[in-house]
Design a protein around this ligand. Structure first.
Ligand code: HAS
Length: 546
């Protein structure tokens, strides 16, 4: 008998996953339309604007798909590793789900009515209908409620098991939820105190610098909120899938703590070219950005160690002999592995972005779009697909058949090919100066724009291949949710290697880590934020809000 997620918790997790995959279908379609428009060879019907479609794409894939998938996965992960949810926690989880869904619906209607064409970053001076902002508020509040259910179960586990370290997967999910809650305070601040009153006409102006700063206080940890569930799979699930062991529980926990500490006080690296922030504070936050690279390097090290230990246990010799021993025919491993490989150039691109001088070259070019299609839309999303291949059948009481397994590998290869072409072209033409977030029609006939055309055609070709990839994953998802044969699919949880040291309790001492986190945020943000308020443009009514 396999250790299973309780069927009532499974329903809760699946509700989130259904929403996530509906968002993938609609957001993917918007993505296809968008690359076709950018190629200059296609005009949208019915007066639909490029920026409207871009907003649908970004919001559905960047915000809705990710948030629902992550919260659903984490509910399942905590239920599997810390025990079935108590009634109250499950009810709280459902309330969180419905509040998020209500908010998503409100925001979606406004975007479709062209009343919220403000892109997925939605910061001023672009203005949306107040219902859009209220909808976003509900999404955030709903996610907090879902997070409260997780945290309650974690606290309960610790009460029941005094003196023990919590299950690794639960601990990781809780770190990610705490990171999310602290990060969303920034976006809640700008929405509640600036954007909502402004869109309701209660104030005439808002301070754009403050709105962008609050957004990026949230925006960078947001990318780690996306990344950490992928890392949970890489650290905990993949070792079990390949038949190996987790290299070190302590190292995994430490890397998650470092993400919590260093992912928040770094938002200025998105604002390096913005006036109004002193260079010294930008320098500090760039330094902290390089600190947040360390846990990713630790993760790479740990993964190589896991693969090598497993390969050697199977008789592999030489430096890379282990490579041949890995289970390439198993989609649960192969699909996330392609995501890991993509993360090497993706991470290198991130280091380029974070380097002040090089940022001047790439900022606001489509290079940045190429960067996040490798990080989020490849490394993270392929890992989410790899998780879905066992999680969905596990939760629906079905199995991943050989045919679906094969199709899943074809899907990942299609995705990798499409993304290499699309993201590669984005990186290349970004270096030539092509702007992001602009359509062909805005370029005019300048010679420079003509030089970009081949790259834009390449993006359209890559984007079309990716759309085929979306059709494939949706087909597999529907099969696993409704049609695959009934049976028991494993929820794989790795065990720590016997040689690993015992995990020190200090790694679970929240008092220490939350104090350090608060101190870092205060150091990185207090003075520059106070300066923004002091130096706000005279007469700015938005300033009075603060
Ligand atoms: Fe980023 C912009 C810096 C990671 C997402 N980023 C963005 C935007 C998004 C995004 C969405 O400093 C655009 C926002 C917008 O709309 O304006 N990013 C970084 C840095 C990292 C980084 C330093 N980003 C991510 C991740 C994302 C993401 C992860 C999503 C999930 N990013 C920036 C900066 C900007 C930016 C600037 C602003 C640019 C501008 O000017 O606007 C780092 O975290 C990256 C560290 C990663 C590594 C790689 C480790 C490799 C591993 C794989 C091991 C592989 C194995 C397999 C074991 C150091 C763990 C091996 C097998 C073999 C066969 C070899």
């Amino acid at each position: 008998m396999l250790a299973k997620v309780d069927v009532r918790d499974a329903r809760l997790a699946m509700a989130h996953l259904y929403t996530a995959f509906i968002a993938l279908a609609l957001g993917g379609l918007a993505g296809l339309l968008q690359v076709l428009v950018r190629s200059g060879r296609f005009t949208l019907p019915a007066n639909i604007g490029y920026y409207q479609v871009l907003t649908v794409h970004g919001v559905l894939l960047g915000l809705v798909l990710t948030t629902f998938f992550i919260i659903g996965f984490q509910h399942a992960a905590i239920s599997r590793t810390s025990g079935t949810y108590r009634k109250g926690a499950r009810l709280t989880g459902w309330i969180g789900f419905w509040v998020m869904l209500l908010g998503t619906g409100m925001a979606a209607v406004m975007i479709l009515l062209n009343e919220a064409t403000v892109l997925y970053t939605f910061y001023a001076p672009l203005q949306a209908h107040w219902i859009f902002y209220l909808g976003l508020t509900f999404v955030v509040i709903g996610s907090w409620i879902g997070g409260a259910a997780m945290i309650a179960e974690y606290i309960n586990w610790r009460k029941q098991h005094p003196g023990q370290t919590s299950p690794l997967l639960t601990f990781m999910a809780i770190i990610n939820m705490v990171l999310w809650i602290v990060a969303t305070l920034g976006v809640a601040g700008t929405v509640l105190f600036q954007l909502l009153p402004w869109s309701l006409g209660l104030v005439d102006e808002v301070d754009v610098l403050i709105s962008r700063t609050l957004f990026w206080y949230f925006g960078h940890p947001l990318v780690y909120f996306w990344l950490l569930p992928a890392y949970m799979a890489w650290y905990v699930i993949i070792p079990k899938v390949i038949g190996g062991k987790i290299f070190s529980d302590s190292l995994a926990r430490l890397s998650f703590i470092l993400f919590l500490l260093f992912s928040i006080p770094v938002g200025f690296h998105h604002q390096l070219v913005e006036p109004g922030i002193d260079a010294a504070w930008k320098f500090l936050q760039v330094t902290l950005t390089f600190m947040v690279v360390i846990p990713s390097l630790m993760t790479a090290f740990s993964l190589f160690a896991t693969f090598e230990m497993y390969g050697r246990s199977k008789g592999a010799t030489g430096l890379f002999g282990w490579f041949k021993k890995l289970p390439w025919g198993d989609a649960r491993f192969c699909v996330p592995f392609i995501g890991m490989v993509a993360f090497i150039p993706a991470g290198a691109g991130g280091l380029i972005n974070a380097s002040n001088q090089m940022n001047q070259v790439v900022h606001n070019t489509i290079w940045v779009t190429g960067h996040f299609h490798l990080t989020l839309a490849t490394s993270v999303v392929l890992t989410f697909f790899g998780i879905a291949y066992w999680l969905v059948p596990h939760l629906t009481g079905r199995v991943l058949t050989k045919a679906m397994n094969r199709l899943a590998i074809v899907q990942a290869i299609t995705w990798a090919v499409g993304m290499s072409i699309m993201s590669g072209a984005m990186h290349a033409v970004g270096l030539l100066g092509a702007p992001r977030r602009s359509s062909y029609s805005t370029y005019g006939d300048a010679q420079q724009a003509l030089d970009w055309i081949p790259y834009q055609v390449a993006q359209a070709v890559g984007g079309t291949i990716l759309f085929l990839g979306i059709i494939l994953i949706l087909y597999i998802f529907i099969n696993l949710a409704f049609f695959a044969p009934k049976g028991e699919e494993e929820f794989p949880i790795g065990e720590t290697a016997d040689e690993a040291e015992k995990t020190p309790m200090v790694l679970e001492n929240w008092k220490i880590w939350l104090t350090v986190l608060t101190a870092l945020i205060l150091v990185a943000y207090t003075i520059p934020f106070a300066e923004m308020i002091q130096n706000a443009p005279p007469g700015s009514k938005g300033f009075k809000l603060w």
